[in-house]
Write a protein of this length. Structure first.
Length: 171
């Protein structure tokens, strides 16, 4: 390269760098807005709404609890089949399966699971048995999380599932 072509190349490089700075000046705020929007979308996606559903199930907690906390009991009403390996429950419906970890269990009172593929680490689904002090009626309280637009269909699904449980129990 000659001195003239080096000087010309240097001039082009200087112009290119200055144009990049100008472009960067205008584009940087745009990228900041995109990043902020991305974080809002992610956090909104992770923010499920908690719902609690209560069903009267007049049966003994000793009869009900195994159907909420064991593979055999859950496969009678909740899924087509259920397998357990340590605290990981694999729920099978027709040709699909989903895994959940049993997070907590208190005998004859409640059991809590977390879907392993759920992006929200704070979400869970829980079956709690509550006995009314006055009437002695037994209630099954289900806690679950769903996105706002899916709450109604999630409730309908739980209504159907609990209907199967009640039928199984002869209620």
């Amino acid at each position: 390269m000659t001195k003239s072509s080096l000087r010309q190349f240097g001039d082009y490089l200087t112009i290119f760098i200055s144009r990049c700075k100008v472009i960067s000046f205008f584009i940087h705020p745009f990228f900041s807005i995109l990043q902020e929007h991305k974080h809002k979308l992610i956090s909104r996606k992770l923010m499920n709404t908690k719902m609690e559903l209560e069903y009267t199930i007049n049966t003994s907690p000793k009869v009900l609890f195994p159907r909420l906390s064991t593979a055999g009991g859950l496969s009678e009403w909740f899924a087509d089949d259920v397998h357990v390996n340590n605290k990981i429950f694999t729920f099978i419906w027709e040709r699909s399966e989903q895994e959940a970890e049993m997070l907590m269990k208190k005998e004859l009172q409640f059991v809590r699971f977390h879907w392993l593929d759920d992006e929200d680490p704070k979400s869970y689904f829980e079956f709690k048995i509550h006995q009314d002090d006055l009437t002695r009626d037994i209630a099954l309280i289900i806690t679950d999380f769903a996105e706002e637009e899916d709450l109604e269909s999630a409730k309908e699904l739980w209504d159907s599932q609990v209907g199967s449980l009640k039928h199984l129990l002869g209620l």
